[in-house]
Design a protein around this ligand. Structure first.
Ligand code: HEC
Length: 177
C-alpha cells in the first residue's frame, strides 16, 4: 500500500511546494502558469469595448482646429493671466531647451546647434512672429510644418502653452533691447 518510495516522494514534493509558495520577493517577476486568462483581451476596469455614441467627445479631449488660421482665432493660452507666471516661464524655458533650442537657438533666433546640418529655422523674434496669436504657435508645435517636426505626441498641451509663454517672454525682451 504505502511504499517508502511513495511517502518519500510525497514529502519532497510537499516541501518544494511550500518553499515555492512562501517565497515573497516582490522585486522578482513571478512565473505565470498558463497566463492566458490573466493577460487576455478583457475589458479593464473603466474601459469598455463598446464604441462611444456617434459625435461624443471625451471629457478631457482637446478639440483641435483644422487650420492654423482657426487655431490663431480660437485657441487661448490658459497661462496668460496666471499668478504664478514666473513658475510657468521657468518651466517653459526648460521645455524649450529640451525640445526646440537645438534647432531654433537659445533665444529662438534661428541659430540652433544643428543648423550647419539642418535647414535654418526662421528667427521667431521677427515682427511677423510677434504679431501672431498664441494659437499659431500651438498649432505649429502640435503639427509641425514642411521642415519643422510635429511634436504634439511628445509635448502635452499644457507644456506646449508653457513653451509659448516662454517664447512670448523672449519676444518681449527682444523688443526692449
Ligand atoms: C528639428 C529641428 C526643429 C525643432 C526640434 C523645432 N523646430 Fe520649429 N522649425 C524648424 C524649421 C526648419 C522651421 C521652418 C519650417 C519650414 O520652413 O517648414 C521651423 C519653424 C517654426 C515656426 C514658424 C512656423 C511658420 O509657419 O512660420 C515656429 C513657430 C516654430 N518652428 C516653433 C518651434 C517650437 C516652439 C519648437 C519646440 C517645441 C520647435 N519649433 C522645434 C525646425 C525645428
Amino acid at each position: 500500500m504505502f511504499s517508502i518510495k511513495k511517502i518519500l516522494f510525497g514529502c519532497i514534493f510537499a516541501t518544494l511546494f511550500f518553499i515555492g509558495a512562501c517565497e515573497d520577493d516582490r522585486t522578482i517577476t513571478k512565473l505565470q502558469y498558463m497566463p492566458d486568462m490573466a493577460d487576455g483581451p478583457v475589458a479593464k476596469v473603466g474601459r469598455s469595448f463598446l464604441l462611444p455614441p456617434e459625435g461624443s467627445v471625451a471629457y478631457n479631449a482637446i478639440i483641435y482646429p483644422k487650420t492654423i488660421e482657426e487655431a490663431e482665432k480660437f485657441l487661448l493660452s490658459p497661462f496668460n493671466n496666471v499668478e504664478n507666471k514666473a513658475v510657468v516661464l521657468k518651466e517653459g524655458a526648460h521645455l524649450f531647451s529640451l525640445f526646440c533650442k537645438h534647432c531654433h537657438g537659445p533665444k529662438a533666433e534661428g541659430n540652433g546647434s544643428i543648423v550647419h546640418k539642418f535647414p535654418r529655422p526662421p528667427n521667431l523674434m521677427e515682427e511677423r512672429y510677434k504679431e501672431k496669436a498664441d494659437g499659431f504657435f500651438f498649432y505649429r508645435i502640435t503639427f509641425g510644418s514642411a521642415l519643422m517636426p510635429s511634436l504634439g505626441h511628445a509635448i502635452d498641451a499644457e507644456e506646449r502653452w508653457k513653451i509659448i509663454a516662454h517664447l512670448r517672454d523672449l519676444q518681449e525682451k527682444a523688443h526692449e533691447s
